[in-house]
Design a protein around this ligand. Structure first.
Ligand code: 5GP
Length: 190
């Protein structure tokens, strides 16, 4: 069986990665999600084992020692990582595996798996991203400024990715991502 491909969907906080991912046709694209480990607390919409594996800091650190992550990074004072075993098993089973991760982790994946389809999601403009960050939560001005400055650092790394998609129109951006996967990974339509 042909091995599946890794799809890295990445880009700054507030750019709409999660919304885009949720609209993709997983059946058609022969796609499954990688389930990340995280030390952050579950939110109301989270389901253990589906959205994340929620673990303690100790469990996370132990897995780092055992070389159990394909990549890991810190974000907002929590740790997030892609378990290597789950990823390899899904690829071996011929599935394309979606990693929706932040930029530091994405760079690690691109180093280790140069054949990965890396997709950077861009905001229509930096002003628009700022608007979205302000609009989506009740964080104070300092926290928003911190996210925005990290977003700028992340935007500077966009050329490291194989593909870039501007999230100006949701449906159009979804189509573009689907096309990238269909043209470059084993899907159910070929
Ligand atoms: P949230 O806490 O809102 O679910 O996620 C925060 C950030 O962590 C998002 O940018 C998300 O893409 C990223 N993230 C989720 N899982 C992983 C992971 O396994 N590795 C890395 N590097 N980032 C992740």
């Amino acid at each position: 069986m042909k091995k599946g491909s890794i799809i890295v969907l990445s880009g700054p906080s507030g750019v709409g990665k999660g919304t885009l991912r949720a609209k993709l046709d997983y059946d058609k694209l022969n796609l499954v999600n990688s389930v990340s480990w995280t030390t952050r607390k579950p939110r109301e919409e989270d389901i253990e084992g589906v959205t994340y594996h929620f673990v303690s800091q100790e469990e996370f650190e132990q897995n780092i020692k055992e070389n159990g992550f394909a990549e890991y990074a810190g974000f907002s004072s929590h740790a997030y990582g892609t378990p290597k075993k789950g990823l390899e098993e899904k690829l071996e089973a011929g599935k394309n595996v979606m990693l929706e991760i932040e930029v530091q982790g994405a760079l690690q994946v691109m180093d280790q798996y140069p054949e990965a389809l890396s997709i950077f999601i861009l905001p229509p403009s930096i002003e628009e991203l700022e608007k979205r960050l302000v609009g989506r939560n009740s964080e104070d001005e300092a926290a928003i400024q911190q996210r925005l400055s990290r977003a700028k650092e992340e935007l500077a790394l966009q050329d490291r990715y194989r593909f870039k998609v501007v999230n100006d129109d949701l449906d159009r951006a979804v189509k573009e991502i689907e096309q990238i996967i269909q043209e470059n990974a084993p899907t159910n339509e070929k």
